[in-house]
Design a protein around this ligand. Structure first.
Ligand SMILES: NC(=O)C1=CN([C@@H]2O[C@H](COP(=O)(O)OP(=O)(O)OC[C@H]3O[C@@H](n4cnc5c(N)ncnc54)[C@H](OP(=O)(O)O)[C@@H]3O)[C@@H](O)[C@H]2O)C=CC1
Ligand SMILES: O=C1O[C@H](COP(=O)(O)O)[C@@H](O)[C@H](O)[C@H]1O
Length: 499
């Protein structure tokens, strides 16, 4: 499908006074506006509290000033923002919202195009979608699209119910399920690194790759999200979506074309090949952790069980490490190790592709460590790739020594790459759903994760808390790899900018 490069639309943000809108959505929209990427547009912010248009515009201006880079055109930008105080559970209020939408459509010449962005707690998603349909807000002459935040359900059953509700008002190709990792520059780069380089794709299989490691570690704890996190845990919060999405991009077959449908269908095939881990196997393939107290940046930080809105005897995991097997021709026998957690040593997302050792190492010396070739994809905070090779040590003799070839994304482009939300908002306005998750991906990833959560929820983990804040997680996560003859490549020592 051809995508309009300068879209026109009315953007309705439900949850417009919330944290996500304030920190991410308003600054991202402003960036698009400032870069001239939007044609005609207006924004309606929806939330319960009472605000005038002027008060709302001031909030938007403050948000852009605090979280972005506001310039002189900020006043023109915020003049296109309107506020509608509305409880989304109250049926009567949708009529007035519809009227406002029509007025703005006419006033700004928005061609009847509408984006409904649900930046609210997920329990409201279904109700809102149903009301939008019933009260005619989706009856438009242009396009209508639903952008929906995570979590998409709590498990497969609840995700199915939610999907059914939103499908009453929107078709699958009108639904844009956000996984903000898919908006990250280097996550989008995975396909390019793989499919645009003759030197990688021929090696991208079980003949040459020994294992793949995906780590997404955070230094923050649960902060104010204890209530949500208690029911979610790291498995639902990070593994079901972001971690599995990265694995699917690393493992997928080359698509026939770079179209939304072709890419999504290759990703779905990866999820279908993911070996289900059930019952007692869960403890062989997965490790859970919960942070205890510790020191972070020279300050004492509390244990998870001492956080606000958290059960003092909580069984919720704040760390997950797992071994995934993809049972297809390309990946048979290659473990994909994943690891994610809160209150870890560093904020870092990295992918390490470890190649197999060469069949005969002429430079082998018993007293020296072997240095396998690694391809490291630095997702964040720094962005780039590092290729770890071996070369001759300068001087006499034939000794091999490790060398690193670096590409730091910022170094070449000279610019900070756009924030993930900016790219995803723009894609949803342009009608490009490639970097959003299709229902089939959501359903298959929930069914994989449900097997694990079922076991974990029914067995109390006696060792919790089992890792200290500021560490790299519980020892069992190291043992998971050790028993296969591997170890986690240290994420803090393979920083692209320090190499
Ligand atoms: N914050 C983040 O960084 C991220 C958030 N998300 C997801 O985004 C969504 C929003 O998160 P976040 O912004 O943090 O949440 P907040 O709790 O900060 O905001 C919730 C918003 O919903 C509004 N609201 C609540 N109840 C109603 C109601 N009955 N009718 C109308 N409006 C209502 C609130 O405004 P008011 O009280 O005025 O009604 C507020 O604007 C969630 O699904 C979350 O999981 C995903 C990734 C990151
Ligand atoms: O979706 C989520 O992601 C964040 C981590 O995102 P990042 O872009 O900062 O890596 C995580 O903190 C949060 O718990 C989760 O809901």
């Amino acid at each position: 499908m051809a995508h309009t490069e300068k879209p026109t639309a009315l953007i309705m943000i439900f949850g417009a006074t919330g944290d996500l809108a304030n920190r991410k959505l308003f600054p991202s929209l402003y960036n698009l506006y400032a870069k001239g990427k939007l044609d005609k547009f207006a924004v309606v912010g929806v939330a319960r509290r009472s605000l005038s248009n002027e008060e709302f515009q001031l909030k938007v201006k403050e948000s852009v000033t605090e979280h972005g880079e506001a310039e002189a055109n900020i006043d023109d930008f915020v003049s296109k923002f309107y506020y509608h105080s509305h409880d989304v559970t109250d049926s009567s209020s949708y009529i007035a919202l519809g009227k406002l939408a029509e007025e703005l459509d006419g006033h700004y010449g928005l061609d009847g195009n509408r984006i409904f962005y649900l930046a609210m707690a997920p329990e409201f998603f279904g109700t809102i979608a149903e009301h939008l349909k019933k009260d005619n807000l989706t009856n438009v002459s242009g396009f209508k699209r639903l952008v929906i935040e995570k979590p998409f359900g709590h498990d497969l059953e609840s995700a199915k119910v939610l999907n059914k509700q939103i499908r009453t008002a929107f078709s699958e190709d009108e639904i844009y399920r956000i996984d903000h990792y898919l908006g990250k520059e280097m996550v989008q780069n995975i396909e390019v690194i793989r499919f645009a380089n003759a030197m990688f794709e021929p090696l991208w299989n079980n003949r040459y790759i020994s294992n793949i490691q995906v780590t997404s570690s955070e230094t923050l704890g649960v902060e104010e999200r204890g209530r949500y996190y208690e029911k979610s845990g790291a498995l639902r919060d990070m593994v079901q979506n972001h971690m599995l999405q990265m694995v699917s991009l690393l493992a997928m077959e080359p698509p026939i074309k770079l179209t939304t449908d072709e890419i999504r269908s290759e990703k779905v095939r990866v999820f279908r090949a993911l070996r289900p881990i059930t019952g007692e196997e869960v403890n062989d393939y997965f490790v859970r952790g919960q942070y205890g107290k510790g020191m972070m940046s020279e300050k004492d930080v509390p244990a998870y069980r001492q956080e606000e809105m958290v059960d003092p005897d909580s069984n919720t995991e704040t760390f997950v490490a797992g071994k995934l097997m993809i049972d297809n021709f390309r990946w048979a026998g290659v473990p994909f190790y994943i690891r994610t957690g809160k209150r870890m040593k560093a904020k870092s997302t990295k992918i390490v592709i470890q190649f197999k050792d060469i069949p005969m190492d002429l430079y082998y010396k018993p007293e020296k460590t072997v240095n396998p070739n690694l391809l490291v994809i630095h997702i964040q905070p720094e962005e780039g790739i590092t290729l770890h090779l071996n070369a001759k040590k300068s001087g006499q003799g034939t000794e091999a020594t490790p060398v690193k070839l670096n590409y730091a994304n910022k170094g070449i482009d000279g610019l900070n790459t756009p924030e993930a939300y900016e790219k995803l908002l723009y894609d949803s306005l342009r009608g490009d759903a490639t970097n959003f998750t299709h229902w089939d991906e959501v359903a298959l990833s929930w069914s994989f994760v449900d097997n694990i959560s079922e076991v974990w929820e029914n067995t109390k983990e006696p060792s919790f808390p089992n890792y200290e804040s500021g560490s790299m997680g519980p020892d069992a996560a190291d043992k998971l790899l050790e028993k296969d003859g591997f170890f986690w490549w240290p994420i803090t020592e393979i920083d692209v900018e320090k190499c």
